[in-house]
Design a protein around this ligand. Structure first.
Ligand code: SAM
Ligand code: SF4
Ligand code: SF4
Length: 369
């Protein structure tokens, strides 16, 4: 629980410009966690539900019809998410990623996007507004998302072979519909699309080259994600992790690639490009090449808890704060108090070949990757 509020005295403003003006922004821009990391990115999970049952995320033996999904009143409302995001923006956050569960299942999500698109950073710029989706209903939603002001999209796809993809999503969902969703996004004008592929050794690693070949030269950046031990239900063990270096070696043998500079410090994916100039690929290697030392991300779960790490086992209850008549300033102070005490660096502790034992971790579907 959040208990302490830092006593910074400042005026409160109104509207979707950061409601807490310059002085607090300046005070907080310099607020670092206990490992010297600033708060820059926010991931917001808008639903804990999903129409897929990816074995590495929401295995259907656990996420069945008896699973205690959140009720509507447990979810943060669009107004609450917008208020919280405005406060985060006033504290230096510039990048927002909407996720889930499957975020496009949240009714009228484009309305929320329209609200978030009005928020300005401390530099007076629009937020970098992005969304991660499984692509299953993207054909239906792409135009509305674009019109509402969404900037960028990441689509998850774990292979091109239908049998393998269906084995991963575990609901018999066909590859063609996800590819059609990607095409729809391109048709309505989304550029720089990213596709995330979780690689599970022995399950879909034979899809690596086919995926690379398919997206090479298409303007879509394919990113390979090491299978991670998120949550407490996906049966993770190291034998199912294919290290990114090995994925890179396999691709390089077919299509030579070379590493390139990160776009900005703390970028999650390591960037590589095809030597023949036909585009980029990325690697997210949170198991074998940890990047905790530059992790500037906070996460808001579907039920309004602030999590400081993907692998955290507890959050800080901001829903109660939001619903208890606290001012923006009090909430801002609570965020920075919480952030300044952050010491999370799970992936570094886990190391390779080990599983950190202890209390249960939050499920990915609550905090969205
Ligand atoms: N449902 C949306 C989707 O699948 O894109 C958004 C939420 S999903 C939790 C966000 C990302 O986390 C997806 O790209 C998914 O592949 C990835 N993910 C989920 N479980 C994972 C795991 N155990 N290891 C690595 N990545 C995982
Ligand atoms: Fe759903 Fe995304 Fe998790 Fe798959 S990875 S079960 S699509 S939330
Ligand atoms: Fe950030 Fe936690 Fe992942 Fe490390 S393990 S990069 S601290 S989310």
């Amino acid at each position: 629980m959040v208990e302490k509020v830092i006593p910074i005295r400042l005026d409160e403003g109104k509207g979707l410009m950061p409601s807490i003006p310059g002085q607090l922004a300046a005070a907080n821009a310099s607020t670092k966690d206990t490992r010297g990391r600033s708060l820059r990115d926010l991931r917001i999970s808008v639903t804990d539900r999903c129409n897929f049952r990816c074995t590495y995320c929401m295995p259907k033996e656990i996420f069945d019809k008896n699973y205690p999904y959140l009720s509507h009143s447990d979810l943060l409302s669009f107004e609450e998410i917008t208020r919280l995001t405005t406060i985060f923006a006033s504290l230096g956050v510039e990048k927002i990623r909407l996720t889930g569960g499957e975020p496009l299942l949240r009714k009228n999500l484009e309305v929320l996007i329209g609200m978030l698109a009005k928020i300005r950073t401390t530099a007076g710029q629009p937020l970098d507004l992005t969304l991660t989706t499984n692509g299953s209903i993207l054909r239906k939603k792409a135009a509305a998302l674009k019109a509402a002001g969404l900037h960028r999209l990441t689509i998850s796809l774990d292979g091109l072979n239908n049998d393998i993809f269906k084995k991963m999503n575990d609901v018999d969902f066909p590859v063609t519909d996800v590819l059609d969703g990607i095409a729809a996004a391109q048709e309505v004008g989304f550029t720089n699309l990213k596709v995330n592929m979780v690689v599970k050794k022995g399950t879909n690693d034979q899809e690596i080259i086919g995926m690379a070949k398919h997206f090479k030269g298409s303007g879509v950046t394919l990113r390979f994600i090491e299978f991670m031990d998120v949550g407490s239900s996906n049966g993770w063990d190291m034998s199912q992790v294919l290290p990114s270096q090995e994925v890179a070696n396999r691709i390089s043998a077919a299509f030579p690639i070379e590493p390139i500079e990160a776009n900005y410090p703390g970028e999650v994916a390591q960037r590589w490009r095809y030597v023949d100039g036909s585009g980029e690929i990325g690697f997210i290697s949170s198991v074998t090449q940890t990047f905790c030392h530059e992790c500037t991300r906070a996460r808001i779960s579907t039920d309004g808890q602030l999590y400081l790490c993907l692998f955290a086992n507890e959050g800080f209850d901001f829903k109660t704060l939001l619903r208890s008549g606290r001012s923006d300033l009090e909430i801002a102070n609570a965020i920075m108090t919480t952030w300044s005490g952050r010491n999370d660096h799970y992936s570094e502790i886990r190391g390779i070949n080990t599983v950190v034992t202890g209390s249960r971790k939050v499920e990915m579907s609550y905090i969205g990757g």
